[in-house]
Design a protein around this ligand. Structure first.
Ligand SMILES: [Zn+2]
Ligand SMILES: [Zn+2]
Length: 335
């Protein structure tokens, strides 16, 4: 099989031939049809997480077809559509797992494309508990970005406590944000998109936004307060100053939900006190959350807008993603 591997931290992508791996007990082999290129793939490319064993195949927005099933995997058979995201599995026996916090498994941290080879490849082997079912109604290229960007925004939004009719703002209109706006609108929130530049207003409205705030020319916090204050602001950007600039737009008991990994953020703690507001992080989700994301996307018509590259053009696709210019997700197609 052909795979794209990173030979060492900060090394170039190499397209190499490898033997097709056999699934062990508890594992499933997926014949990959599409794999999204996510900014977190740079962790593998650059070696920003200590302990990555190289060579390593990146990619955690994987969709394909089950091709072989290892021992002790009930419920899966060859030919079924399957996908895997960032979470690569969990032990099921540690205290966090026994409390249902599988994402925080204390024993092994399994991360697709980081602790095991990911989806920039014709085949990958996955732990069965990390595999999501992929419904008909989404092509592999459509489904792939939903395995990380999609589940991150969808699963965060549905766990905020916001109710239909509440004001929910989405900060950023990039790969995550363009999905976040669609999901928020389809969930019945009064959805406010916040981005830089008046030209994004039309896009926001196409995606289902109720209002658009141009943070270049308007004060987003003041504008949100004019609307009554946001119950939730979903922060998809990676700039701490942009997050700080919207914090004052939260309504009473509102929450800034952070999914963008900004390196730092400064805020005045007093801002949280008066309105009992919070800042909270959110982990993307588990396989069943991805499955729900895909199902909701089929039901409501939410789609990622993608730029598609064949596996051989991985360098181009990756550079495009890293440039921040992609509209909006980059996907490698192996079809
Ligand atoms: Zn990702
Ligand atoms: Zn565990």
């Amino acid at each position: 099989m052909r795979v794209v591997q990173v030979p060492y931290a900060k090394g170039p992508f190499e397209i190499v031939e490898r033997d097709i791996p056999e699934p062990g007990a508890g594992q499933i082999r997926i014949k990959v049809q599409a794999c999204g290129v996510c900014h977190s793939d740079s962790l593998t490319k650059e070696g920003s997480i200590p302990g990555i064993a190289y060579p390593r195949v990146p990619g955690h927005e994987v969709v394909g077809v089950v091709d072989a099933v290892g021992a002790e995997v009930p419920g899966w058979k060859s030919g079924e559509r399957a996908g895997i995201g960032w979470n690569g599995g969990y032990c099921g026996f540690c205290d966090n797992c026994r409390r249902g916090d599988f994402f925080a498994c204390q024993t092994g941290t399994y991360i697709t494309g980081i602790t095991s080879d990911g989806g920039y490849a014709e085949y990958l082997v996955a732990r069965a508990e990390a595999v999501a079912r992929v419904p008909e109604g989404l092509s592999a290229v459509e489904a792939a970005p939903l395995m990380c960007a999609g589940v991150t925004t969808y699963n965060c939004l549905r766990n905020t406590g916001a109710r239909s009719g509440d004001i929910v703002a989405v900060l950023g209109l990039g790969g995550l944000g363009h999905l976040g706006v669609q999901y928020a609108a389809k969930m019945g929130f009064k959805t406010v998109a916040i981005a830089r530049g008046q030209d994004k207003g039309a896009l926001a409205s196409t995606l289902g936004a109720w209002k658009y705030i141009d943070s270049r020319t308007q004060d987003p916090a003041a504008e949100l307060q004019k609307l009554g204050g946001a119950k939730v602001i979903l922060a998809t950007v990676t700039a701490g100053d942009a997050m700080a600039a919207v914090l004052g737009g939260l309504g009473v008991n509102g929450t800034l939900m952070v999914v963008g990994a900004a390196p730092s953020m400064q805020f005045v703690p007093f801002q949280l006190i008066g309105g009992k507001t919070s800042i909270k992080g959110w982990y993307s989700g588990m396989a069943i959350d991805s499955q729900d994301t895909l199902s909701f996307s089929v039901q409501t018509g939410v789609r990622s807008m993608n730029e598609v590259y064949p596996l051989e053009r991985v360098n181009e696709g990756y550079e495009r993603m890293m440039s921040g210019e992609a509209r909006f997700r980059v996907v490698l197609s192996l079809g």
